[in-house]
Design a protein. Structure first.
Lengths: 183, 702
């Protein structure tokens, strides 16, 4: 994400204006890391408010896996958020993937901005995978939840049809907090 | 024979100075306030220790995960520029007024919002006029302060000043106002002598949905604002807005309630973003206003001089396009072009002006930790000044002014980025005086994450304006014994030189503990070639313009010099997660005097006596509950002897009630300490009292 930050034209402009260069990196990182700490906390909440069919797991005592596909923007944040957490008696675990997951390997799939082939990955996923994207357009390409930044806050949009097609039940609580729900 | 200028004219003359413009693109440097808010939010949420260089220690995911979905949705995670640190670690005296601060203050106009920044003098003259200055030189047209809205310079070449009453936008769409105290000529251009006010509206992707509010009160009699935003959900977004208001006259002891004010404005903004790699923004505004004013109208025929209370018809519009492209992580280019039209039809003069402006900006990284930026700009301003009364004319009435600028600045990282040196200059070329340079050097030292120390030397210029170079302003001085009228007239001065400043600044910022923030800035400015009013000869009989009259010839000159010095202390204290306190104190000492050989007739005292020596401001915000918030502001301004304005203290209060997700009700009281008080003597006749006022506002969003 540091890369992304510098690419933002606004930042460059700040540099141009001569107020920027001496700013050490860490605080800039702090800003973005907060965004992903909040997103990590959201991911945990998504798990709490989603019902998976038993067929989504390899075994009844298998953990709920949150998989990150593509460049990991969370750093340690996601690991820290899920540390010691269990939902409905299931442990929560994080996996980082280089390619699309096999069946039942992931219950939540976070696809990072770096991933180019989202439209090929999504149709190939079996049922039982809650897909979360980092861009607003994600739910229109068949994804289920898109993170969006609105008024400097992290919000999310839901594509309810996509979730239902994957045999997932999203609680009304989740739907009510969503910024927008597409059906 | 001693000759006294009518007060109103003297006032106008004092105002008639300043310069033209150079636009600079919105500075995207971030803001220490946001940083503080962010840090406090992080700290408050995460029970971490004082701000720490390691971001992972700042935030505790253990706390975040206990929050509800709704609470998570309320955490602010980015600044609009995504740059929380820049203002805190910038080598300039900068204060950033956030959109949220403006909302909480209840300010209904940009000038009123500027009261939130330390070191800015905002004095309301009447319902639709303000005198605004930074570090002195407060005038109705804000002498030497460059004002931009989204990168568009709104400073007029007519009298090098800003007509504040026509600078407006939907207040809810303002992302922030960056206020830079002190010279910024190298970057910002040849008018940023005393400061820069940079008003930046939100990207349209942040203003989706409907927002409407309306309300009214005794002074803000009625207002309505509407905005709608949308987009395609990915790379395109837009918004449009409309607003209108009616403001009642302030208090007039002679009952000449001339300053009623009505305005309507609309505008739009469209943004295309391609993966943060390039972006295109197109925006525009148009407005129409009727602003009541009282002006001195002087004619060479009877009645010679009268005060006219009438409406000014003000209208205008602008359209702007800005394209940015990121070539690599440290290489970026931007091109911006705009067209601006203003029409002013006042009771004593009229103007139509077309301004065309284009700017190019590039930033690139060079070896040895150098970040170089350079830019080019050109502006054409075409004016048509229409004579309404014979005592106020422009000759020639039509003129085209051109401003060309080029700048280069290099920021060199020393000592592992803890120390950096920023050197640069602007080269200015205008038809007023040819070429000029505005060099600067700044040193920035950040020994740790909690402290910033900076120092700067800047040379800045205010280029002359149409009002100095082809302006003829006449005052009526009385009747001679033989019945012939006597006039004094400022004749155009085609040799008017740019006003110049050499500024020396020192600044220090730091966090004290986790909840207290302190910002100190001091300055010593040496000014020369300052505007003055000079009598250039003895009285003689003149027959053109007819009829025959006595004339005392005068001229605007560059006959003043002197120093200004002072400091500003600003602090913010987060006493608890629901209570914060901000305060500032500004001290200003102006010593302006006649240069050797100057024929000044008393301008210096008028300049010095029109800016307060001391200003104190305190703001406090309480979040009483999730739905109820309370805000108080207090301000003290010391006396303005040249304006006959005594010192005053007054305050505002706002209570906001979020009734539901869609509705918010707020009640705002302004200038509550007394039925009315004086802030500035800009209008002819007795001082206008700024009244205690209040309004109720209902906001609906979805």
């Amino acid at each position: 994400m540091a890369q992304q930050g510098v690419r933002n034209p606004a930042i460059l402009l700040a540099l141009i204006m001569g107020f920027g260069l001496a700013a050490p990196g860490p605080l800039r990182g702090a800003d973005e890391s907060l965004e992903y700490q909040v997103k990590a906390a959201f991911l945990l909440n998504f798990i709490k408010f989603t019902e998976w069919p038993p067929s989504a797991f390899t075994a009844s005592d298998a953990p709920i896996f949150i998989c990150i596909l593509g460049a990991d923007p969370f750093g340690d944040a996601l690991d820290q958020v899920i540390a010691g957490e269990s939902v409905n008696g299931k442990k929560v675990a994080v996996e980082r993937l280089k390619r699309a997951p096999s069946a039942k390997a992931c219950q939540v799939l976070f696809i990072s901005k770096s991933e180019k082939n989202i439209d090929k990955i999504l149709p190939a996923l079996g049922p039982g995978v809650l897909t979360v994207g980092d861009e607003e357009t994600f739910i229109r390409g068949g994804g289920m939840i898109s993170f969006v930044i609105e008024n400097r806050r992290v919000r999310f949009d839901i594509n309810q049809t996509a979730a239902e097609n994957a045999a997932l039940k999203l609680s009304s609580k989740l739907l009510s907090v969503a910024r927008a729900v597409e059906k | 024979m001693e000759l006294k200028f009518p007060r109103a004219i003297r006032k106008d003359l004092n105002f008639v100075t300043r310069f033209r413009l150079n636009s600079r693109l919105p500075i995207r440097c971030a803001r220490w306030l946001r940083l503080l808010g962010l840090l406090v939010a992080i700290i408050g949420l995460a029970r971490a220790d004082a701000p720490d260089p390691d971001p992972q220690v700042n935030t505790d995911p253990g706390t975040l995960k206990t929050l509800t979905l709704e609470q998570l949705s309320q955490i602010e995670v980015t600044t609009p520029s995504k740059e929380p640190v820049k203002a805190f670690q910038s080598p300039v005296a900068i204060y950033v007024i956030t959109g949220e601060e403006i909302r909480r203050s209840g300010a209904t106009s940009i000038p009123e919002a500027l009261r939130l920044a330390p070191g800015v003098e905002v004095a309301r003259i009447d319902s639709n006029k303000w005198s605004i200055g930074i570090r002195g030189f407060g005038t109705r047209f804000s002498r030497g302060v460059l004002v931009l809205i989204d990168g568009r310079t709104v400073y007029s070449t007519l009298l090098s000043g800003t007509y504040w009453e026509v600078q407006d936008t939907n207040m809810d769409d303002i992302d922030r106002i960056e206020v830079i105290r002190g010279p910024g000529g190298t970057i910002w251009g040849p008018n940023s002598v005393n400061g820069v006010i940079n008003i930046i509206t939100k990207d349209s992707k942040e203003t989706k949905g409907m927002l409407a509010n309306m309300g009214g009160g005794n002074e803000q009699q009625g207002f309505a604002n509407f905005r709608y935003g949308g987009g395609n959900g990915s790379d395109f977004s837009y918004r449009f807005y409309g607003k209108g208001f009616t403001v009642a006259p302030e208090e007039h002891s002679d009952n000449r309630n001339f300053d009623d004010w009505r305005a309507a404005q609309g505008g739009f903004r469209m943004d295309w973003n391609e993966k943060n790699r390039s972006s295109l923004t197109i925006q525009g505004d148009f407005y129409e206003e009727t602003a009541g004013e009282s002006v001195q109208a002087v004619t060479y025929t009877p009645p010679y001089s009268q005060i006219v209370d009438a409406n000014a018809a003000l209208s205008g519009g602008n359209i702007m396009a800005r394209w940015k492209k990121t070539l690599s992580a440290s290489d970026d280019i931007q091109i911006q072009a705009y067209y601006d039209r203003t029409n002013r039809y006042e009771p004593n003069f009229a103007e139509r002006r077309n301004t065309f402006d284009i700017d190019f900006l590039q930033g690139l990284k060079l070896p040895w930790r150098q970040q170089v930026s350079w830019g080019l700009g050109a502006r054409f301003s075409l004016a048509d000044d229409i004579e309404v009364v014979s005592g106020l004319t422009f000759l020639p009435a039509k003129r085209t002014d051109q401003l060309d600028t080029a700048f280069v600045q290099d920021e060199i990282g020393l000592l592992d980025h803890r120390l950096s040196l920023i050197v640069g200059t602007k080269l200015v070329h205008t038809n007023f005086f040819g070429f000029g340079f505005e060099p600067s050097a700044r040193l920035l030292w950040t020994p740790n994450q909690k402290e910033t120390i900076w120092a700067a030397y800047t040379h800045a210029l205010r280029t002359p304006s149409d009002a100095e170079e082809n302006f003829y302003l006449t005052g009526y001085a009385g009747m001679a014994a033989d019945g012939t009228p006597i006039f004094a007239r400022f004749n155009a001065n085609s040799h008017f030189a740019p006003e110049q400043l050499n500024g020396y600044e020192l600044g220090y910022r730091r966090f004290l503990g986790k909840d207290f923030y302190l910002d100190l800035a001091g300055f010593y400015n040496h000014h020369h070639d300052l505007f003055d009013e000079e009598i250039t000869g003895g009285i003689y009989l003149e027959d053109n313009p007819a009829p025959v009259h006595y004339l005392l010839p005068a001229q605007f000159g560059n006959g003043l010099l002197g120093t200004t010095k002072g400091f500003e202390i600003a602090a913010e204290w987060r006493l608890s997660p629901v209570w914060q306190l901000k305060g500032s104190y500004s001290m200003l000492q102006m010593d302006i005097e006649k240069a050797p050989g100057s024929l000044d007739v008393g301008t210096a005292a008028g300049i010095v006596g029109s800016s307060p020596k001391h200003q104190i401001s305190i703001q406090t915000d309480f979040e009483l509950s999730k739905t109820l918030s309370l805000n108080f502001t207090y301000r003290y301004v010391s006396a303005l002897p040249a304006q006959m304005v005594p010192s005053y203290s007054t305050g505002d209060a706002r209570i906001g009630w979020r009734m539901s997700r869609a509705f918010e009700l707020s009640l705002v009281g302004q200038n509550l300490f007394q039925p009315s008080h004086f802030e500035d003597g800009g209008d002819p006749g007795p001082l206008v009292g700024i009244m205690r006022s209040g309004y109720l506002k209902l906001t609906w969003r979805r």
